[in-house]
Design a protein around this ligand. Structure first.
Ligand SMILES: Cc1cc2nc3c(=O)[nH]c(=O)nc-3n(C[C@H](O)[C@H](O)[C@H](O)COP(=O)(O)OP(=O)(O)OC[C@H]3O[C@@H](n4cnc5c(N)ncnc54)[C@H](O)[C@@H]3O)c2cc1C
Ligand code: SF4
Ligand code: FES
Length: 1118
């Protein structure tokens, strides 16, 4: 058995982590640390130390001193028997010596060969056999057990009597056996330990014979029933061990030198032997605690602990075999490790999380004894003793209370009712296999069982019992198995079901691929649903997909756009490795045409990659032209050309003062307000020219950009969790605030949303987010890859029970990996779906560091987090950037309300868009005359690879002027599709091979040609086109446009003419409202009434409050 099996998985990596932290000088230097003293450096003591070191390594809240009585560092007691073969103590060490010394200086000290002799509670010190007095803040008792020696049996103190617990015990036994060659060795006790000791004594080959004495009728009576135990007896006897059943040692016989010479059994029978090893049980080591007045259990012993592992004394805890929980001590390692886990968690993580509780442990065991496989799991004696726990549903749907009453009545008449379980038994005397599985009466729930000879299903069965999940197969299948299908997709018929969760046939997948509907594995999942249930069929689905694709000679291309023969991931890597910070450099390095200005597909993607890697301001000259309109104005463009403004409200938590600031700003600038789905407040209707003033007030009020406009983290939604909620077990608000603050502003392939729920009730809907946390008793379950939207997807569990401190590194890796490897505009949901191996592969990369890149992913995120700035604050500070928010480049006049406002529920919104586009042939307009007009200063256009543009106003007409590679173009500003005056804000695209240059409308991406014979044509909608005008730059520094007279131009393109009127569309609620008005509407939102008797309603008392009247706290200054 490997020693590392007992280590915390992360413990081996600790030295590396510490070295990394030391290298980056990240170990906190705080000197006021608390001291934890651990008594006992056994298996549980070291487990606790490993866990607390892991959780505390970055906090450094504690220093640890461990004092151990034995001469050795913590060793693998479970694997003790292997010492007979190698005889090397170091081979048993759970951690090498260097592990201890590699911890941060002063954080871990150990003392061996030292017994703690006294605890002085009042002084908070312990005294040791070395004469030292050691102070503690927290004392952890992990003193384990002693092997029981039957002190009432005469001769128990003779030479040749041993127990089987420590390395010293074994060393003494080995030495002694060497002097007694050929004699008989005896092991008393047919439990796990006794069988193990007997095997070891046989293997020594010193004794002529080894005999095992058991007082019961079969061995392993604590784990197995008579049938199973009897089968084990048969098998071990066949291996040469003489087993004597139903025998009790009454007396140990000795010679004159007090050496063992034989035993007398209670039945009077006598037997010669030279050596006796007792393996008859253990006794908790509670003597130290008893002496100190700490409460210990009367029966069975052990230091009494509660669910938090606290003893009766303040700041003193007990864990492992020495602890008595609910009047029970545990002689197995797993419960001890769980105790260590709970305590380490509570001492470090319980500030942002409810403390964990130790719960009834699972006592399932699986071992190989004398070559015989033995396992017992779950409630393995439920048929003998009655089930320990049986919830109503596992009872076969009947209520427990009813059964209890029925049983009570029945037992008065017929005697006790048989336990409500059914057993399914399989016995194969040829292969020496025995299996007994216990089920609820209806066969729907597995309760436990035992297995001899074949224990391969143990791993599968234990979770079924633990999770109390209803079985989806008949009980018999658990024993005899089901017929397995063929895994090679090529040999399957088209009507073979390959995904049983969604009943998808092989033919469905093949057809989807062949008819072109499915071009990727993600498409297959989306179209057929194959692999979206348990995911077990994914390898087969992938094989079928690959084979079908290659049979069609197909190769999937994911090139970014016609300008690149690379995918987003390829370009990301090129930009990363070559450190390219400018679009022009990227185009030169890997574009098909190094001089191209790109298009609306590649520009924002490259802009996002550069931002993800180097986090520079988006509005710098060379980057502004890469941004979609939202990013270009750091606000979301709305239907009427105005913008919405969303300040960050991390986790949805907001102070009254900030609410007032938002309210004040919204009122001042006439903004419509609405709470968003991400728990923040959206202010709509902000004019481009007002954005800087609005943000100046918000920033001065302590708010910052919420990046609602960006492909980056939007919000981390939270429920209230332990902050207020009576069910909460995790501080979901605290965690969500930290995550939102960490990842805010980081640009990614698509928007990212997070959520944190304080318990399984999941009020934050964290499972439909790109990352979601749900607090569990042990930390958080981390879910990934969920989204709402057009193709909703429930997230998948990435990691379970993650301690709060480990959440951030895992999310850092996940998000960095997503940013590195996702396709353009690919949400995490599709990204994971398309990943070969899906969530399992992601787990390998993120949790098991399969690619060895986790440290790099974390470092990259750390750098990005460190480079944060508020984009709006930077704009406000910079006059050149502020100037970019003017509506027109040639005048400070503005044109507002291109859609007539509609008053609704006390606020204004733009009227609805009419259905029809403007189909007028602007392109073909015959102007009476055209003359050159100086329209805008040339210096306002930047000579950048992305192209630049400005909006200008002439009379009532709005025009868009573009400059690409030194040449100018001019079009109308209005996109006829929805009469939106936005074209100057569109991205410029080009195809130099075909000599085409276009602007892409930011609303619905209609692409209008800017020059050449087709100037004004729309490339993707025949119904619309636009007017274009000749334009040139002259030596006087002005850009001239050849235009018709003002009135004629206004007559065709004037803004007033195309303003959308309220009367153009019908109210969609007309019919519904008529119906509803029939019912009483008192108190409903659209009617202004007060809910108070005789109240004055919104317009009465509310106005007084707003004016700072009697009910206003201190009065509001609107
Ligand atoms: C041979 C063998 C095989 C086993 N096989 C299995 C198995 O297969 N599966 C399983 O689950 N369990 C098995 N166990 C049990 C398992 O080893 C224990 O459950 C586990 O070691 C308990 O850990 P602990 O830290 O509580 O106690 P221990 O490991 O006993 O550690 C306690 C330590 O505290 C020291 N100590 C006590 N008092 C003081 C004091 N006052 N001052 C200083 N130090 C003190 C002791 O000397 C000891 O080193 C086996 C045990 C043995 C002996
Ligand atoms: S998920 Fe709901 S019930 Fe659970 S802590 Fe949050 S608010 Fe409370
Ligand atoms: S308004 Fe729809 S594409 Fe321009």
């Amino acid at each position: 058995m490997s020693n590392s099996q007992w280590n915390d998985a992360e413990a081996n990596k600790l030295p590396k982590t510490v070295a990394g932290l030391e290298e980056h000088k990240e170990i906190p230097k705080c000197t006021k640390r608390k001291r934890i003293v651990v008594v006992g450096l056994g298996m549980v003591g070291i487990a606790f130390i490993e866990k607390i070191m892991k959780l505390d390594v970055k906090r450094r809240e504690y220093d640890i001193i461990v004092i151990g009585e034995e001469a050795h560092l913590a060793y693998n007691r479970v694997g003790l028997t292997s010492f007979f073969q190698h005889r090397l103590v170091e081979n048993l060490y759970l951690n090498p010596k260097e592990w201890y010394s590699s911890m941060p200086e002063g954080s871990l000290n150990y003392h061996l060969n030292t017994l703690v002799t006294e605890i002085l509670q009042d002084e908070k010190v312990v005294k040791t056999s070395a004469g030292d007095t050691v102070p503690y803040d927290v004392l952890v008792l992990a003193t384990g057990s002693d092997a029981v020696l039957p002190k009432h049996t005469p001769g128990h103190d003779a030479k040749g009597v041993f127990v089987y617990r420590t390395i010293e015990d074994l060393q003494k036994l080995i030495e002694f056996a060497d002097t007694k060659k050929g004699t008989t060795g005896l092991v008393v006790g047919g439990g796990l330990l006794g069988l193990e000791a007997a095997k070891a004594m046989m293997d020594l080959e010193d004794f002529g014979q080894v005999k095992l004495i058991e007082r019961n009728r079969w061995v392993l009576s604590r784990q197995l029933d008579g049938d199973a135990g009897g089968m084990v007896v048969e098998q071990v006897r066949a291996l040469g061990l003489d087993v004597l059943l139903s025998k009790r040692v009454g007396k140990i016989l000795t010679d004159k030198d007090n050496y063992v010479s034989g035993v007398v059994f209670e039945d009077g029978e006598q037997m010669d032997c030279s050596c006796i090893c007792f393996a008859i049980g253990i006794k908790a080591r509670d003597e130290l605690a008893r002496k100190a007045g700490i409460k210990c259990a009367d029966r069975g012993g052990g230091i009494v602990v509660n669910h938090d592992l606290c003893t009766s004394a303040p700041d003193i805890y007990a864990i492992g075999e020495c602890a008595s929980w609910e009047n029970q001590t545990f002689g197995l390692i797993a419960p001890g490790i769980e105790m260590a886990d709970v305590l380490a968690f509570n001492l470090t993580q319980a500030k942002a999380h409810a403390p964990r509780k130790f719960k009834r442990p699972d006592l399932s065991t699986k071992l190989k004894l004398l070559g015989v496989e033995v396992a017992s799991f779950g409630d393995f004696f439920a048929d003998r003793d009655g089930p320990k726990e049986l919830s109503a549903k596992r009872h076969g749907g009947k209520k427990e209370g009813i059964i209890e009453t029925r049983d009570r009545v029945k037992s008065l008449t017929d005697g006790p009712a048989p336990p409500p379980v059914k057993a399914l038994t399989y016995k194969d005397p040829f292969r020496q296999v025995y299996k007994k599985f216990l089920f609820t009466m209806d066969g729907k729930y597995l309760l436990g069982g035992m297995m001899i000879g074949d224990t391969r299903d143990y791993v599968k069965l234990v979770p079924i019992v633990k999770n109390q999940k209803a079985l989806e197969i008949p009980p018999s299948e658990l024993i005899v198995g089901a017929q397995k299908g063929d895994d090679d997709g090529a040999d399957l018929d088209d009507d073979t079901q390959i995904c049983s969760c969604h009943n998808v046939l092989k033919g469905d997948v093949v057809k989807g691929v062949k008819d072109g509907t499915c071009k990727s594995i993600g498409d297959v999942k989306a179209c057929t649903k194959a692999g979206t249930g348990c995911g077990g069929c994914m390898p087969l689905v992938q094989t079928i997909f690959n084979k079908t694709m290659s049979s069609m000679g197909q190769e999937v291309k994911n090139h970014l756009c016609p300008h690149f023969e690379y995918s987003r991931v390829d370009i990301y890597n090129i930009v990363y490795v070559k450190k390219l910070k400018e679009f022009a450099d990227v185009m030169k390095e890997c574009g098909k045409d190094p001089e191209s200005t790109g298009c609306e597909a590649c520009k924002p993607t490259i802009g996002s990659i550069i931002a993800s890697l180097f986090n520079k301001h988006l509005l710098d000259d060379t980057r502004r032209g890469l941004q979609d309109t939202n990013d270009r104005f750091l606000a979301n463009i709305q239907r009427n050309g105005t913008f919405s403004v969303i300040p960050r409200v991390s986790a949805g938590e907001i102070t009254p003062e900030k609410l007032i600031i938002i309210g004040t700003v919204a009122k001042k600038y006439g903004l419509y307000t609405k709470i968003t789905g991400g728990q923040r407040i959206d202010m709509f209707g902000a004019k481009k020219q007002d954005l800087v003033a609005i943000w100046t007030e918000l920033v001065n009020g302590g708010m910052e950009s919420g990046h609602a406009y960006a492909k980056s983290l939007r919000t981390v939604k939270s429920c209230v969790g332990t902050t207020w909620c009576r069910f909460g077990i995790g501080d979901s608000v605290g965690m969500a605030v930290r995550l939102e603050e960490r990842y805010k502003s980081i640009r990614s392939p698509h928007k990212i949303k997070g959520g944190v729920s304080g318990c399984v009730r999941e009020c934050a809907e964290a499972q439909n987010k790109d990352f979601g946390l749900i607090a569990t008793e042990n930390g958080y379950n981390i879910f990934v890859g969920g989204n709402g939207g057009a193709k909703p997807r429930h997230s998948e569990l990435l990691a379970k029970d993650v301690p709060p401190d480990d959440v951030v590194p895992i999310l850092d890796r996940y998000l960095s990996f997503y940013i590195r490897t996702a396709d353009k505009l690919q949400r995490t949901a599709r990204w994971i779906e398309n990943m070969p191996g899906g969530i399992n592969y992601l787990r390998e990369v993120i949790l098991q560091d399969k690619l060895g890149i986790c440290a790099d992913l974390e470092r990259q995120m750390e750098e990005l987090v460190g480079s944060f700035f508020c984009e709006w604050t930077e704009v406000i500070k910079n006059p050149a950037r502020r100037a970019q928010f003017q509506q027109f480049a040639n005048t400070t006049d503005n044109i507002n309300d291109t859609i007539e406002p509609t008053e609704e529920r006390g606020q204004q919104r733009p009227s609805y868009w009419p259905k029809e586009s403007v189909k007028e042939d602007f392109r073909g307009t015959k102007w009476s005359s055209l003359s050159w007009q100086p329209i805008v200063k040339a210096e306002l256009f930047k000579d950048v690879a992305t192209g630049d543009s400005q909006a200008v106003k002439r009379g009532d007409t709005q025009l868009a002027v573009f400059k690409v590679r030194g040449k100018y173009y001019c079009t109308q500003q209005m996109c006829p599709h929805k009469r939106a005056f936005v074209l100057s804000d569109g991205l410029i695209g080009e195809d130099r091979e075909k000599n085409k240059l276009w602007v892409s409308c930011p609303y619905h991406k209609r692409n209008y040609e800017l020059g050449g014979a087709d100037a004004g044509k729309c490339g993707n909608d025949d119904e619309v086109n636009i007017a274009t005008f000749p334009v040139e730059e002259r030596e006087d520094g002005w850009v001239y446009v050849k235009l018709p007279p003002v009135e004629e131009l206004d007559g065709v393109l004037g803004t007033e003419k195309f303003k959308i009127k309220k009367s153009e569309t019908k109210d969609p609620f007309d019919a519904l409202d008529k119906k509803l008005k029939a019912a009483a509407m008192k108190g409903r939102k659209s009617l202004q009434v007060s809910h108070l008797e005789g109240g004055k309603g919104e317009k009465g008392v509310a106005a007084a409050i707003l004016a700072g009247g009697e009910r206003a706290a201190g009065g509001l200054d609107w």
